[in-house]
Design a protein. Structure first.
Length: 514
């Protein structure tokens, strides 16, 4: 049976106390009276020695007619709670004197003898010398030394046992001292009864105390068990609150320390697992992007290479004879070669910016110069395509950025706006300060971008209309380069469908904000 440790402790402690009480009671029952008897014997011996010292040299009745001596002997007699007789074997009684106690010499003395083995033995009744008429029965005696011995007698009239000690002095005087055995037996009985009562009280008190102590002792263990079960379930929010300095307190502190360390380790492991999952997901996306990248590059290069090969073979085979067609073939070959060159340049730029090989070199410059230069470059194209350009530019604005990369952004956005300008063909270029940034926006009239494509257009090679984009010469990398440059600068960018068209924008940091 799986017994709780609290109950085990209670049972162990209670059983121990019960066994101790039983042992104490048994010892008192079987050995107390013997101990008391031995103790009384030592008192009788000590009293006899004191009497012997008092009556040294006294051997006649006249010697004992001394009030001081009688007082000293009486004092010893009362101190032991017994009776003293001093006399001789021939019937003389020195103490107590006649009529002192209201009876005439009611005692007998025994003359000590030795048997043939030199061991003391009770003499026959003919050797008893009686000083009175009381009838007493004498038990076996216990020899103390050559002239002294103990014996127990019983008064046949009063049925009282007495423990007696008799010793013979060198001058022949006999000293007999006795105490009633009823006191010894009564003391042992009282002691047994008292021991039984006290034992029961102690068992009751100890049982209550054992229950309390076992609870106090096992409560921290139960708490530790509860906390460790929580830890096994990876719940480290619980803390042991055991304010003790002993081994249990040290163990609770160790469990708390273990819980803290496991919590930190598991949190760290979870964090690393999340990073690993992110890295794996990122690697999957990169792998997917690589496959798409290779597919897109292959697609973009396939058409110009096919055209170049076809027209080059035509020229080589003299398919055309007149000069005008030859020039047309050569123009196609040159145009497709330029598209391939632009594609390779864009790929190199995008790769360098995203990989950090080509870092951004920030410097302070006037954004108006780049805007005006861009406008100058595109004036012929705008005029040729009948596109109306509107410019809304604030006063001179100093910014902090890489001027070459900002110019590249402007060129890509202008190319994108020119390629997609429709309807009344309007491009609106705006440069305005916003808080600590300068926002440059390029608007072109035309059809809005589908909502599902607003986030995708910043991806490499993404084209809303593959055929239409090819017709305008786009590679699908322009907006990807814009995104990469802005992320390298740490600035925002975006696109939104507005009334009448689409507006792209990007932010540049002001010089004062650095």
């Amino acid at each position: 049976m799986n017994m709780p440790i609290r109950l085990k402790l209670f049972i162990y402690m209670t059983v121990s106390i019960i066994l101790f009480a039983i042992l104490l009671y048994g010892s008192n029952t079987f050995f107390a009276e013997k101990y008391y008897t031995s103790y009384k014997k030592s008192i009788l011996i000590e009293s006899s020695k004191k009497l012997a010292d008092l009556i040294v040299g006294k051997s006649t009745s006249t010697d004992f007619n001394d009030e001081n001596l009688i007082y000293e002997i009486s004092t010893i007699e009362k101190s032991i709670g017994g009776t003293i007789f001093i006399g001789t074997m021939d019937g003389k009684l020195f103490y107590p004197q006649q009529n002192d106690r209201g009876f005439q010499r009611p005692v007998f003395l025994i003359e000590p003898t030795l048997n043939n083995k030199n061991k003391p033995n009770m003499p026959p009744n003919s050797l008893l010398r009686s000083f009175g008429q009381s009838q007493r029965r004498t038990a076996d005696r216990e020899q103390y030394d050559e002239n002294s011995f103990f014996f127990i007698t019983q008064d046949t009239n009063f049925k009282i046992n007495t423990l007696r000690y008799q010793t013979k002095l060198e001058n022949g005087v006999l000293i007999l001292v006795w105490v009633p055995m009823s006191g010894i037996s009564e003391s042992a009985a009282i002691s047994n009864k008292f021991t039984a009562i006290i034992g029961l009280i102690i068992i009751l008190i100890t049982g209550i105390w054992a229950l309390y102590i076992s609870g106090r002792f096992t409560h921290p263990i139960a708490e530790m068990n509860r906390i460790t079960k929580k830890m096994a379930e990876l719940d480290f929010s619980q803390v042991l609150k055991i304010d003790r300095k002993d081994e249990i307190g040290q163990l609770s502190q160790s469990i708390n320390h273990l819980s803290y360390n496991l919590d930190d380790a598991i949190n760290e492991l979870n964090g690393r697992n999340k990073l690993l999952e992110q890295d794996i997901e990122r690697e999957r996306k990169l792998d997917h992007m690589r496959r798409e990248f290779v597919s897109h590059v292959s697609h973009e290069l396939k058409t110009p290479i096919f055209l170049i090969q076809g027209y080059a073979d035509g020229l080589k085979s003299n398919v055309v004879s007149d000069e005008e067609k030859k020039n047309f073939y050569c123009d196609i070959i040159i145009e497709e070669s330029e598209k391939m060159d632009n594609l390779v340049k864009d790929l190199l730029d995008l790769s360098q910016i995203e990989s950090g090989i080509f870092p951004v070199n920030k410097t302070d410059f006037n954004i108006n110069f780049i805007i005006n230069d861009t406008i100058s470059k595109y004036e012929p194209v705008l005029g040729k395509k009948n596109i109306h350009l509107e410019v809304d530019m604030a006063e001179v604005l100093e910014v902090n950025a890489d001027p070459l990369r900002i110019e590249q952004i402007m060129l890509n956005l202008m190319n994108n706006a020119i390629d997609h300008a429709e309807g009344n063909k309007v491009i609106r270029l705006s440069v305005k300060p916003t808080s600590e940034k300068i926002r440059v926006s390029v608007f072109n009239s035309g059809s809005p971008i589908p909502n599902h494509a607003l986030d995708k257009i910043w991806s490499s090679f993404y084209k809303i209309d593959q055929a239409r984009t090819r017709g305008f010469g786009g590679t699908g990398l322009g907006l990807s380069i814009v995104r990469a440059i802005q992320e390298a600068h740490g600035n925002g960018y975006g696109v939104s469908n507005v009334e009448g068209g689409v507006e792209f924008w990007f932010d540049i940091s002001l010089r004062d904000s650095l």
